[in-house]
Design a protein around this ligand. Structure first.
Ligand code: NAP
Length: 272
């Protein structure tokens, strides 16, 4: 068994994704939503071995807190500073991993197989938790220059200092100009999500050849992606990131590396 711990959690698409794969691979298991409040996270995680769980995913608000509860974290998760997956080891100890960055890169390659992170400068908007996973994955894909723009200067400066080159902080007031000469633009802010205003970003300076990615998947096409598509840029939304981060987690728990099929994607799209 496996599940996703979050609060709230019933909106999570992860049970649909993992139960689809359990069925596809004929595995006798179940993946369930686990509604865990912050003050119950420690006990809930420590109960996993006794409950017979292979592990769990973590979503809001637990990704950072769980990092300090598990027994070990892998090197990628350590750089991200958060975990989205826990694997129960044979001795009952808990290992934390972060597959959000893996999911991010795979989602881009899935949509545009010829994409390369080192094709030119990349502008990343937002310096929150999801941004850290995206930045680590882009750096590991050999990105040469990442212009990190955040509304509040301090988080972008702190991340740029912590990660070092290729990440450099750019002031929010310079965000429109920061798109000049880029090969890729990534939105990791909450702006453009259902119920939120659009990201305040003018695309005039963005080359027509640039790939525009938004890690939001509700709605499937944010105002940023609509604007980018209408001016001829290639686009990718955040659904692939969600689907692909689930693959290595499923593999770690159940021993099979599953695939993101058109059927799975359509099934999840139908819930959005
Ligand atoms: P977070 O840690 O709270 O970070 C939020 C970011 O949005 C910060 O950079 C924040 O800037 C920025 N922001 C908020 N309001 C803004 C505004 N009015 N104008 C400009 N910037 C603003 O959240 P997170 O966990 O990184 O999540 C961010 C987004 O990623 C969410 O939409 C989430 O759904 C999405 N996400 C998608 C996936 C996926 O699998 N596709 C996975 C994880 C997250 P300040 O520092 O200035 O507040």
């Amino acid at each position: 068994m496996a599940g996703v711990m979050g609060w709230p959690v019933m909106h999570s698409r992860s049970p649909k994704i993992h139960n689809y794969w359990l069925g596809k691979h004929g595995l006798a298991g179940a993946y369930m939503p686990l509604a865990i409040k912050s003050d119950g996270l420690h006990a809930a995680l420590r109960a996993l071995p006794a409950l017979g769980f292979a592990g769990c995913n973590l979503t809001i608000p637990h990704k950072e807190t769980a990092f300090d509860i598990v027994d070990r974290v892998d090197p990628v998760a350590r750089r991200v500073g958060a975990i989205n997956c826990v694997v129960v080891a044979p001795d009952g100890s808990l290992e934390g991993r972060n597959y959000d960055g893996f999911g991010y890169v795979q989602s881009i390659l899935d949509a545009w197989p010829e994409w390369r992170a080192d094709a030119g400068p990349i502008a990343v908007i937002g310096a929150g938790g999801a941004a850290r996973a995206v930045l680590v994955s882009l750096a590991d894909q050999d990105a040469k220059e990442i212009r990190l723009v955040n509304r509040t200067p301090a988080p972008a400066q702190a991340v740029a200092q912590e990660f070092g080159p290729p990440v450099k902080a750019v002031a929010w007031d310079h965000r429109h100009a920061a798109l000049e000469g880029t090969a890729m633009l990534v939105n990791t802010t909450s702006q453009g999500m259902a119920g939120q205003p659009a990201l305040d970003l003018a695309l005039d300076k963005l080359p027509a050849s640039a790939l525009v990615s938004d890690i939001i998947y509700i709605p499937q096409e944010t105002p940023l992606l609509t604007a980018a598509r209408l001016r001829g840029n290639r686009t990718v939304n955040g659904l692939g990131m969600l689907l692909h981060q689930a693959r290595p987690a499923f593999h770690a728990w159940f021993g099979v590396m599953p695939q993101v099929t058109a059927e799975l994607r359509a099934m999840i799209e139908a819930t959005i």
